[in-house]
Design a protein around this ligand. Structure first.
Ligand SMILES: [Zn+2]
Ligand SMILES: [Zn+2]
Length: 263
């Protein structure tokens, strides 16, 4: 029999989802970033839209950091030359900053999921050159307790939104988070790496990933320690290749670039 401590978070997740659907049905659509009223559910108001910084080429092929002044083509930034990431290539749709943080945090922690479809379209555009060489999208998993409490995995929702655009399967079962970890949000780079060290993720069935070319999907790339832990688990289980696709990445201010493609 399930303990109340299991039932309560599960109920909370369901109620959160149901409540959000009801709220969406009766209240006018609101901008996912600032909360102002907008014409269409899931679209941003014009001021927030113009503040978004889409990552345009040229960007580092390995970590998706924009590299101002570099020629187009297969660029690798100095940081990735000195210390290459364990994954192969990375693509990000947006810079993570004061404009994108509110809508991403609202998606992640407050069940504001109206913009997920648009996020998926932006990610599909950012990762367009990865999909032809890939066998599937692997969302970064939540630990089961956090999943029960939140009621959804935002990375899995993003992967589904991308899959709708590009026709690849979403492989939710490929990775599992075995150990609950502290939230990475308030940790320094070194603490993030320590938090992710040692068997946080594993592959429940090697046959799911062996020989496959995979794209890991997450919401935000900060130091890359979560994605590195996931990539290592997939490669150790026999994956042939692991690329990374995120909605937004943290970028040092001097390397940012700005573009506003049509919504
Ligand atoms: Zn707004
Ligand atoms: Zn790089």
């Amino acid at each position: 029999m399930l303990q109340p401590s299991v039932l309560l978070p599960s109920l909370r997740g369901s109620l959160l989802g149901m409540g959000q659907v009801l709220i969406d049905a009766v209240l006018p659509p609101r901008c996912p970033s600032c909360g102002d009223m907008v014409e269409r559910q899931g679209s941003l108001c014009p001021p927030c839209w113009h503040k978004l910084r889409f990552i345009a080429e040229p960007a580092c092929q390995r970590c998706a950091t924009p590299v101002l002044g570099a020629p187009d083509g297969a660029i690798v930034c100095p940081s990735c030359i000195v210390s290459p990431p364990v994954h192969d290539r990375a693509r990000a749709a947006l810079c993570y900053d004061s404009a994108t943080a509110p809508m991403i945090l609202a998606m992640k922690h407050r069940g504001r999921l109206q913009a997920v479809r648009a996020f998926g379209a932006w990610m599909a555009r950012a990762g367009h050159d990865l999909f032809g060489e890939s066998d599937g999208l692997v969302p970064v998993p939540l630990h089961r307790w956090r999943m029960l409490w939140r009621g959804y995995n935002q990375s899995s929702l993003l992967a589904r939104a991308v899959a709708r655009q590009v026709g690849l399967p979403v492989m939710d079962e490929a990775l599992a988070r075995r150990r609950a970890t502290r939230s990475q949000q308030s940790l320094s780079g070194a603490d993030r790496a320590r938090n992710m060290a040692g068997g946080v993720f594993d592959v429940p069935a090697r046959s799911l990933v062996e020989g496959r070319r995979l794209i890991l999907v997450d919401d935000v790339l900060t130091t890359g320690s979560t994605l590195a832990a996931c990539t290592s688990a997939l490669l150790e289980a026999g994956a042939a290749q692991v690329d990374v696709l995120v909605l937004a990445r943290v970028v040092r201010g001097d390397l940012m670039t700005i573009s506003s493609p049509g919504e």
